[in-house]
Design a protein around this ligand. Structure first.
Ligand code: SF4
Ligand code: SF4
Length: 140
């Protein structure tokens, strides 16, 4: 059965904070080319997310795990030639997914905590490595 498109979806997104520039996307794929998540997961593509938002695949997008794979690093925002801000569009889609009951607020919070834990692990690893390197230099 074909999935029914919602012709108002792109307008709705573009009226929300973060989604204002969705319509500027011309689907060039630069965001996917530079995305660190796409690099390790070839099923993930911010360009595809932007395309589905533009064609009104509301249910398909809001029920998809893809919108939760993004790490919100904003590399795509820096690279996008159209300033379409895919990371922010994804944030809008996540908020809609919670609001419309595709995912519970508790699960969304759990995903946010994963990002916090990854950032904190990264800083700890960097600190430990630098401390070890300084300790070695002092011993020499
Ligand atoms: S969001 Fe930007 S970089 Fe990504 S496909 Fe659209 S225009 Fe290209
Ligand atoms: S913000 Fe998300 S979509 Fe954009 S580059 Fe980072 S992981 Fe990829």
């Amino acid at each position: 059965m074909a999935i029914k498109a919602d012709p108002n979806f792109k307008k709705e997104i573009s009226m929300m904070p973060g989604g204002e520039n969705l319509l500027q996307c011309y689907l060039c794929g630069t965001c996917t080319a530079g995305c660190p998540v796409s690099e390790i997961d070839d099923t993930y593509s911010p360009r595809t997310i932007m395309r589905l938002a533009l064609i009104g695949s509301r249910k398909e997008l809001l029920s998809s795990p893809e919108i939760w794979k993004c790490s919100q690093c904003h590399v795509c925002v820096a690279h996008c030639p159209q300033d379409a801000r895919p990371a922010d569009v994804i944030r809008v889609l996540r908020n809609l997914a919670v609001k419309e009951g595709y995912i519970t607020p508790e699960t969304a919070c759990r995903f946010d905590r994963v990002e916090e834990e990854i950032r904190s692990m990264r800083i700890s690893m960097i600190k430990r490595t630098i401390e070890a390197e300084f300790a070695e230099t002092e011993e020499e």
